[in-house]
Design a protein. Structure first.
Length: 181
């Protein structure tokens, strides 16, 4: 083997290793538009609260992202009627965390926290419903993934990849990816 050929193979090997290392850990951004489209598929949410004493409807929420807290914000209009004839119309704001289910290859909203509920003159009445509405929204999100990773997304340049982490970004959710070992 000539000296030139050995140097060439050494340089080629170094380039391959650098290329593999650069792909060893990367991110895939699930954009806000994709997440908003998915939310629109399972909203408006209609729910009976407090053993049927109140029926609530939560409209399609707007998304916002809080990277510093690693949480997603949802803001939506709601309306409802009580068995006692009280009608409510207002606005709710909540935040959620994220969970990635490896088996289902799906991203779920978890740990929903109703941060604010506004209902005009009936805000005090709406505050009484806050725990029930918070529980209902939390349960609702547990069963519907906000994003599902497709089979073809788990293959990059002939290499199978795994989702190794999730992080909220200003423009969506970043899925950390690494080659499957």
């Amino acid at each position: 083997m000539t000296k030139f050929f050995r140097r060439f193979l050494t340089a080629l090997s170094a380039c391959i290793l650098v290329g593999f290392a650069s792909q060893a850990h990367s991110d895939y951004l699930v954009r806000q538009e994709v997440l908003a489209h998915r939310l629109a598929e399972f909203f408006p949410m209609r729910q009976s609260l407090q053993d049927g004493l109140f029926d609530a409807t939560v409209e399609i929420p707007r998304l916002s992202f809080f990277p510093a807290q690693d949480r997603i914000g949802l803001s939506a209009a709601f309306s409802g009627n009580s068995a006692m004839g009280v009608a409510l119309h207002g606005h709710v704001e909540l935040t959620t965390g994220l969970r990635y289910d490896v088996k289902e290859r799906a991203l779920y909203l978890v740990d929903a926290r109703l941060e604010k509920i506004l209902a005009g003159e009936n805000t005090a009445y709406a505050e009484m419903l806050l725990p029930s509405l918070n529980a209902a929204l939390g349960a609702y999100f547990q069963h519907e993934p906000i994003y599902r990773v497709a089979d073809d997304q788990l293959l990059f340049a002939g290499t199978e990849i795994d989702i190794t982490g999730i992080k909220v970004d200003d423009q969506g959710v970043k899925l950390a990816i690494s080659p499957r070992l």
